[in-house]
Design a protein around this ligand. Structure first.
Ligand code: SAH
Length: 346
């Protein structure tokens, strides 16, 4: 019987070293191979030009290199690129390249589907199938980095974990992917350029703070009133806004970095002064800034983007309390690449 080969990228450099020592080869080969696998993103052992042919054959006998495959690429009129990414087991996730004047941002997925069921989000319509491995997350970044170089002639500047899935429910793999993205053996990017976006799971936020992570944190808030938030985001019934605030204060105390609240204003849901004042009050309790993001309709008509006047009202109220607020226009709308739409047409 043919033995299933192992995916070599699931191995640490030490484990690859053990393999080489085991076959009587030099330990330093491991470092060379590891560099090919991560820094140079080799998709095939034959690319490893400083490794002898015999060793390459031996590696091929024992291991596979499982890579994601960009199955389909769509470009939006505003330059946004959406990749449908095929995983080695045939499942699909999506990632997005967002070009702006100063940035090329990769928006990447952390799970196939999602278990959280936020009512306004398209990914919620898919059940959670599985977590992505660190290499599957890393590869999405590499694919977008290459597209940025190819189509825009510009380097990748930022990474946001805002695609499909809840990164804090795939904690270990997400942290490992960030380690690889930031390490000199990987992409060598600064963690300051990375933002992890979460629905807000207090005990995981505390854990990240304790582990002294260096990236930025964004929390999808959408309402600072428990009753409203629970209606849209079932997670809020388990851990309420108070508990969330406590964990975020702990985060700030440890990291000295403000959290960014992501906030959509919907017609007749949270577009009144009462909700805006509650947000201002919440921001007064937690060191934070606010990104007001545009709603991307997901076809069931239950949620509608608020009028510009409501957004102005939010801006005025927050600014009057010296809270930093950005109102963001959505991108890639014509290709369903905007937040929450990734799953819509799969
Ligand atoms: N699970 C993580 C990351 C994925 S969602 C999180 O909740 O943060 C990324 C962002 O898109 C979140 O702020 C989410 O609330 C927002 N979002 C989801 N559906 C949306 C939609 N239809 N329109 C606009 N933003 C949406």
């Amino acid at each position: 019987m043919v033995q299933a080969k192992r995916d070599i990228r699931q191995l640490s450099v030490e484990e690859i070293q053990e393999f080489f020592v085991g076959i009587g080869d030099k330990a330093f080969r491991a470092k060379q191979v590891y560099e090919w696998l991560w820094k140079k993103s080799a998709k095939d052992f034959d690319q490893m030009s400083n490794i002898s042919l015999t060793t390459r054959e031996l590696l091929k006998e024992h291991f596979d290199i499982n890579h994601i495959k960009v199955d389909q690429m769509q470009r939006s009129a505003d330059g946004t690129i959406k990749n449908a990414v095929k995983l080695h087991d045939g499942m699909t996730v999506e990632s997005v390249l967002i070009p702006t004047e100063n940035r090329i941002t990769a928006c990447i997925s952390s799970q196939v589907g999602c278990s959280l069921n936020c009512h306004f989000c398209a990914t919620a319509k898919l059940k959670r199938m599985r977590n992505l491995n660190p290499d599957e997350i890393y590869d999405q970044v590499v694919a977008i980095k290459e597209e940025g170089e190819l189509y825009f002639n510009r380097p990748l500047t930022n990474i946001v974990y805002m695609g499909m899935g809840e990164p804090l429910l795939n904690y270990q793999n997400v942290m490992e992917s960030i380690n690889k993205i930031t390490s000199p053996e990987g992409l060598g990017m600064s963690p300051k350029r990375i933002t992890l976006s979460t629905v807000g799971i207090p005990k995981m936020i505390v854990r990240m703070a304790d582990e002294d992570v260096k990236f930025n944190l964004a929390v999808s808030l959408h309402s600072a009133i428990d009753e409203t938030r629970s209606k849209m985001m079932p997670i809020n019934e388990k851990t309420d806004l108070n508990e969330l605030a406590e964990s975020l204060n702990y985060w700030y105390q440890k990291t000295k970095r403000k959290v960014t609240f992501e906030y959509v204003v919907w017609k007749d849901i949270n577009d009144d002064e009462h909700h805006a004042l509650a947000l201002a009050k919440y921001c007064g309790k937690v060191a934070s800034k606010v990104n007001i993001i545009e709603y991307n309709p997901i076809d069931d008509g239950q949620f509608q983007q608020a009028d510009p006047a409501s957004l102005d009202m939010y801006k005025r109220i927050l600014e009057s309390k010296n809270i930093i607020v950005n109102v963001r226009r959505s991108r890639g709308k014509d290709i369903d690449a905007a937040c929450g739409q990734l799953a819509n047409k799969l």
